[in-house]
Design a protein around this ligand. Structure first.
Ligand SMILES: Cc1cc2nc3c(=O)[nH]c(=O)nc-3n(C[C@H](O)[C@H](O)[C@H](O)COP(=O)(O)OP(=O)(O)OC[C@H]3O[C@@H](n4cnc5c(N)ncnc54)[C@H](O)[C@@H]3O)c2cc1C
Length: 544
């Protein structure tokens, strides 16, 4: 087995375990792994990938690893909202709310295929604050965030508006305001793709098993989870963006005896068949003070979440419990005329929020703000630990992370903040131009199913022709795995988006798992397993 051995500080280079240099190393290490990178990142969730993109775009060399799939943990288990967080106003989190509100339109412009506006319906009832106070809060919400494109709040007469139809008749007054929707796991992979396009090494299924400060740099031991091989790289700085494992990385990988500042809070969602006909989302406040979102999802479904429970188990094994499923059904039924039953639940998922422990007693009151802690005493190479955060603020978190790392690294060639101005892959079209994009694709591929083209446009934006190419019919796209998923798309996901298993494709790069049968998913998995060695070589698999 070959490893990359770190030599003297001034002589970081590739070598095998006997100390001689060798090209064979490239078979183990990612094709473009460097012996000494400026920034090494543990964690391929939204925070790690966001930091990778920002750092490499400024001219630093970047290496990122994730022990599983990209977005395999919290970043694919969210409510998928780009939102200011109306309820955080109640906790006086004005900085967080303002920053998040400002991000809505910035992120929408960067990725108008995977992010779009969503209107929220808030029914008023006597358990809530008085209607005038809610209206005032929404006025603040409308104006804190320099909204330019998103429509403003309005009052709804629910007994006349279609949004009132699924609700019990006692809900007659409501408000409607704007936030945005995001395809969470695609946001992660598109950040990783853009980082890789700019030169970063992205290594999914690679665990960081040890990190030691040595000769003025970090020496990282990495395990390729596919081959079982270990290799090492050096890094001038290290970012611990391990989400719910941030404390484990500190204690077990870095070996710092740190008092854990992370509070793990579990949140579960259920997906049912479609419960209502319009495209607006509901925000309900329950008697226990929790917020529930009931969201139109994947055209034929409804997404309901979330719970908020302190969690002490393995974040990798988190799942929605029967009690949580019942809780979510019951909470919805407090508002809906037609009861939702457990039998209607098609799918559930659960994630663990890695919140900064601010000492709040209730899980739902713990801060959603992010906290970055740098450890870089005297000349020691920097360690930056990321706690908390939201999908919504990942870009600002990355900018703050860069600002904290910069004094400990060589000056980057392009020091300025840049990420807001450059679209994510496939997002290089007008912010309100999605329908025009779909029309263009339909004109170019007239024989294809209209719903399939729309799904592809949502997922890949302007990059759809990269794999549809000159196809004239679905039959030109190779095997058909069902629900419009073809071999051409799967190959694209393998080659350009690091997909390696059927689960990567049907639950994270897409949500086709809701439509494909178990045998169809198994067939896809078998196909991908057979294709894998070639794909890993073709794209450098671990480090395209
Ligand atoms: C139920 C729920 C709903 C939410 N809803 C929203 C929402 O609507 N809007 C919003 O803005 N935010 C939302 N959030 C918050 C948001 O999802 C999280 O803040 C964000 O995803 C955290 O990302 P992360 O990169 O820090 O962590 P993760 O996505 O968990 O990534 C950490 C990664 O580190 C990897 N890792 C760990 N240890 C190692 C190691 N030793 N070596 C290599 N890799 C390692 C893991 O495999 C993992 O992939 C929600 C969160 C939850 C749980």
């Amino acid at each position: 087995m070959f490893v990359i051995v770190l030599l003297a500080k001034s002589d970081w280079r590739l070598a095998n375990s006997s100390g001689s240099k060798g090209e064979e190393l490239r078979a183990v290490a990612p094709a473009n792994a460097r012996s000494l990178v400026d920034v090494a990142i543990i964690g391929g969730g939204i925070n790690g990938c966001g930091i990778a993109r920002d750092a490499v775009g400024r001219g630093w060399s970047v290496f990122l690893c994730d022990k599983g799939d990209l977005a395999g943990a919290t970043s694919s288990a969210a409510s998928k909202l780009i939102h200011g967080g109306l309820r955080y106003l109640e906790y006086y989190e004005f900085r967080l709310v303002r920053e998040a509100l400002l991000e809505r339109e910035t992120l929408w412009r960067m990725a108008p295929h995977i992010i779009w506006p969503l209107r929220f319906v808030l029914p008023h009832h006597k358990g809530l604050r008085p209607a005038w106070l809610l209206r005032l809060g929404l006025f603040l919400y409308d104006h804190l965030g320099a909204r330019k494109l998103l429509p403003p709040t309005r009052t709804l007469r629910l007994n006349r508006d279609p949004a009132g139809a699924p609700l019990k008749p006692e809900y007659s007054l409501g408000f409607e305001y704007s936030d945005c929707w995001v395809e969470d796991s695609r946001l992660v992979v598109l950040n990783a793709r853009d980082a890789a396009d700019r030169g970063a090494t992205i290594a999914p299924r690679t665990s960081c098993i040890a990190a030691k400060r040595e000769a003025g740099a970090w020496r990282l031991t990495l395990r390729d989870e596919i081959s079982g091989d270990n290799y090492e790289i050096g890094a001038r700085s290290l970012v611990n963006a391990a989400g719910p494992w941030v404390g484990d990385v500190l204690n077990g990988v870095v070996g710092v005896n740190a008092r854990s500042s992370v509070r793990l809070v579990k949140g579960s969602h259920i997906v049912t068949e479609r419960l209502f006909d319009h495209d607006r989302c509901y925000i309900f406040q329950n008697n226990d003070g929790r917020i529930l979102f009931v969201i139109p999802y994947e055209r034929d479904f409804t997404l309901i979440g979330t719970t908020d429970l302190d969690y002490s188990g393995d974040p990798g094994a988190v799942a929605a419990s029967d009690e949580e499923v019942d809780y979510l059904c019951k909470a919805t039924n407090d508002y809906f005329r037609k009861p939702v039953t457990r039998e209607q639940v098609k799918w559930s998922y659960s994630g663990v929020r890695p919140l900064f422990d601010d000492g709040a007693t209730a899980a739902q009151a713990a801060t959603r703000d992010y906290v970055l802690k740098i450890d870089a005493e005297s000349e020691a190479p920097a360690l930056l630990n990321v706690f908390g955060g939201k999908l919504t603020t990942y870009r600002k978190l990355a900018e703050s992370a860069i600002a904290m790392l910069a004094p400990h690294l060589p000056a980057p060639p392009k020091p300025g903040a840049w990420t807001a101005k450059f679209p994510l892959p496939g997002g290089d079209f007008a912010v309100q131009g999605f329908e025009t994009l779909v029309e263009g694709l339909r004109a170019r591929y007239p024989e294809f199913d209209a719903l399939m083209i729309r799904r592809l446009a949502r997922a890949y934006g302007t990059r759809v022709p990269e794999f549809l190419r000159d196809a004239r019919a679905t039959a030109d796209l190779g095997r058909d795995f069902g629900a419009g998923l073809t071999e051409a798309e799967v190959n694209y996901l393998v080659e350009r988006e690091w997909a390696m298993t059927a689960a990567d494709v049907v639950w994270r790069r897409s949500k086709l798992g809701l439509r494909l049968s178990k045998p169809e998913i198994e067939e896809l998995d078998a196909f991908m397993k057979a294709a894998q060695p070639a794909a890993r070589v073709a794209v450098g698999g671990l480090g395209a």
